[in-house]
Design a protein around this ligand. Structure first.
Ligand code: NAP
Length: 678
């Protein structure tokens, strides 16, 4: 019995009654599900996202949203077997589905951690340093990032029904922007099940996630300048959407991740007896068969030195002969079918387009075998290895993506030629290089980096722990220039910032300090009546300052410090040598002596709410301190952030050490933990 897919609109599941598209099983052709978006009120969905979802998300801080992502990941993870069960019909094996399901949940958790670690417990982000804009220091500028007030429309490809949704949802949600997701119809039944779990988890604020099963109707006509579209799919659809008049008219942020003719290169230094040769062959085969080659990052172009072409093809043929085709619902150690018979037709057509410049050296696109598989009802196809007959004149191989278990070997005569061939892909998501030669690695990386979002160098030293050619990492950029879509907003914090507006705010240091909650030089520094180390985290006010007593630094102090620490560097111990140095007027105090004496000046020694000093940031020694100079310290509460544990908070202090002429000699941020009010 097939399922009728429902859409999640206005926080309710809506069942369509007409306009159905049947979704066949990739394995045996039976209708798994039926989808339609007929009757969905897209106007109401967009309004709900903007008027309910956005405000509900923006009521939470980054940390609170990060915590929701973590709860979502935990909730879905406990129930993930439901997803595995459904996903068998997409043609993916359990191992393939792990990339999709575990990869997606891992991405949620990764953004939860990053949100906690790298974003403030606040509603907006202060970006970069303050910029001085005036001589007197009374007018400064600061960039901030605040969540857009629109909706993120995510249009996804069929190959990753879970990860594809989650890798875009997580950064948008963390940024504070509600999502309307539209999965590809061919595998939407898995995405629908995922969104059901997310919805029933109770971790989604109202309006923060809506789902369209079926076509997007007039959604794109309804979007405006506060909205974002993130598309994953084919170049043809991407072009159609990018040129949509409403997107151009409102300068709607449009990101595309699309076709990519990714390359893998065997270095000219590698011979069949070396470990890099076997690693290369293993990686090519893994990339050809994982998800039956339906991965945007799969290796499509295999570059080998001409001298190793025959050996590489022979090794690839041997490894590909061991690949078994089978029903992924019952057996895992097999390669499953493509997502649909239509997809198989498309792969065959693409292989036919390459026929003029390649020969098939392994496999047959029109025939394959496997125990118990039905090649008529199911979308099975075996791996197909092609060889470019004249690599330097081949053209189609660089722009024709057969989205299946298909790759082409291109032999090169020298490294420049290899780099040129790779660049003919006009922009890819990823390339990998197998070499054990530092010069080859440097030449290739510099030659191909401008054409790629990610470059992976594999050798015997990292192979065991390498995450592989095909796996984008949530901490690193995912995307690529040119043909790959020009996007890079699917990884790291840049993915979160993509859903936010960067604004330069110009004002006095005092006004900016009160806006950002972070003290800036030039802002008021009320002198604290009580030593701030005696105040608990909640009593401390940003800007609270103490000025310490003075302390002279004598030659005896310097010599004592040198003897005590063993730091007898000539600048502290040898007057003539120190004078000859361009930075020093003669013997000077150790920088660490200044830090130690500064602590001696500002520390309040009694036990109190200040629990620990856990480091320094941004330390600069600004002016040498000579014997008999006199130092004192200005200590100001710069920033307060609650810690993960409720008993204490993190306090960042601005420390300025000045000499007898009030000239700064050292400056740094001191990081401490302070107890909270009981
Ligand atoms: P596709 O046919 O372009 O479809 C992609 C998505 O766009 C689907 O959700 C599709 O919905 C939707 N769509 C199609 N026409 C639309 C329109 N006029 N308006 C709004 N939405 C529309 O691509 P696909 O066949 O699913 O995916 C395979 C391709 O994706 C491959 O070329 C692969 O390289 C690429 N891909 C790239 C990446 C990457 O990160 N770069 C990742 C995965 C896949 P329906 O399914 O309902 O038609």
């Amino acid at each position: 019995m097939s399922i009728i897919l429902q859409s999640l609109a206005l926080d309710r599941w809506v069942e369509p009654s007409s306009g159905f598209v049947d979704i066949p099983s990739a394995v045996d052709g039976h209708v798994v599900a039926r989808a339609s978006s007929a009757g969905l009120d897209f106007v109401a969905m967009v309004r709900h996202a903007r008027e309910v979802g956005g405000p509900a998300l923006r009521k939470l801080t980054f940390h609170q949203r990060a915590d929701r992502l973590r709860s979502l990941a935990a909730y879905v993870s406990e129930r993930k077997e439901r997803l595995y069960k459904l996903a068998g019909d997409t043609g993916a094996t359990r191992r393939d589905n792990a990339i999709d399901i575990e990869g997606g949940l891992g991405t949620l958790s990764a953004y939860a951690s990053r949100g906690r670690r790298e974003l403030p417990d606040a509603a907006f982000v202060v970006e970069g340093d303050v910029e001085g804009l005036s001589k007197g220091g009374t007018f400064v500028g600061q960039h901030i990032l605040s969540p857009l007030h629109g909706v993120a429309a995510h249009i996804n490809a069929f190959n990753f029904p879970c990860w594809g949704l989650l890798e875009k949802f997580a950064p948008a949600f963390l940024a504070g922007v509600p999502v309307i997701a539209k999965p590809a119809t061919a595998t939407a039944y898995v995405t629908e099940a995922l969104v059901r779990l997310m919805h029933e988890s109770g971790s989604l604020p109202p309006g923060s996630l809506q789902l369209i099963c079926g076509s997007t109707g007039n959604l794109l006509d309804l979007l405006g300048g506060q909205d974002v579209i993130s598309f994953t799919g084919s170049i043809e659809t991407s072009e159609k959407l990018r040129n949509h008049p409403n997107i151009a008219r409102h300068s709607i942020r449009f990101v595309a991740e699309r076709d990519s003719l990714n390359a893998s290169l065997l270095g000219p230094d590698v011979e069949p007896s070396q470990p890099e040769f076997d690693l290369f062959v293993r990686e090519i085969v893994r990339e050809m068969i994982a998800k039956t080659g339906q991965k945007c990052t799969a290796i499509r172009r295999i570059l080998v030195p001409r001298a190793q072409e025959a050996a590489a093809i022979a090794a690839l043929k041997t490894a590909l002969s061991a690949v078994k085709l089978g029903d992924p619902r019952t057996e895992d150690k097999v390669m499953g079918p493509l997502v649909s018979r239509a997809q198989r037709e498309s792969v065959r057509e693409q292989i036919a387009k390459l026929a003029g410049e390649t020969e098939i050296v392994f496999g047959d696109p029109n025939h394959c075998e496997g125990a118990g598989i039905d090649t008529k009802a199911g979308a099975f196809i075996g791996p197909v290895l092609l060889r470019a007959t004249d690599p330097m004149s081949a053209r189609r191989v660089h722009d024709t993506e057969a989205f299946g278990p298909v790759a082409t070997v291109l032999a090169y005569d020298n490294l420049d030629q290899a780099i040129e061939l790779i660049a003919r892909g006009e922009g890819s998501l990823v390339a990998s290089l197998f070499t054990y030669d530092a010069k080859v690695a440097a030449a290739v990386v510099l030659g191909i980096a401008p054409f790629h979002g990610r470059v992976l160098i594999v050798d015997r030293d990292c192979a065991k722990e390498s995450t592989g050619h095909g796996s984008p990492m949530p901490s690193l950029l995912h995307g690529g220039p040119g043909r790959a879509g020009g996007g890079e907003e699917l990884g790291g914090m840049r993915a979160v910032y993509h859903y936010m507006q960067r604004t330069a705010v110009q004002a006095s240091p005092g006004r900016l300090s009160s806006l950002t909650g972070s003290w800036l030089k030039g802002a008021p520094t009320p002198i604290a009546e009580v030593h701030p180390f005696k105040r608990n985290f909640d009593q401390l006010q940003v800007g609270d300052t103490i000025e310490t007593a003075s302390r002279p630094i004598t030659l005896a102090d310097i010599e004592h410090f040198a003897e005590f620490t063993g730091d007898n560097f000539y600048a502290h111990m040898d007057e003539a040598a120190a004078k000859a140095n361009p930075f020093f007027p003669g013997r000077v105090a150790h920088g660490y002596l200044i830090l130690a004496f500064a602590a001696g000046l500002f520390v309040d020694p009694a036990p109190g709410p200040l629990l620990a000093n856990y480091g320094l940031d941004n330390l600069r020694f600004l002016k040498p301190v000579s014997p008999d100079d006199v130092i004192r310290v200005r200590l100001t509460v710069k920033q307060k952030s609650p810690a993960r544990k409720p008993e204490y908070g993190e306090v960042r202090w601005d420390v300025e050490v000045v000499n007898q002429n009030n000239e700064p000699v050292a400056r740094y941020d001191l990081l401490t933990m302070s107890a909270r009010a009981a």
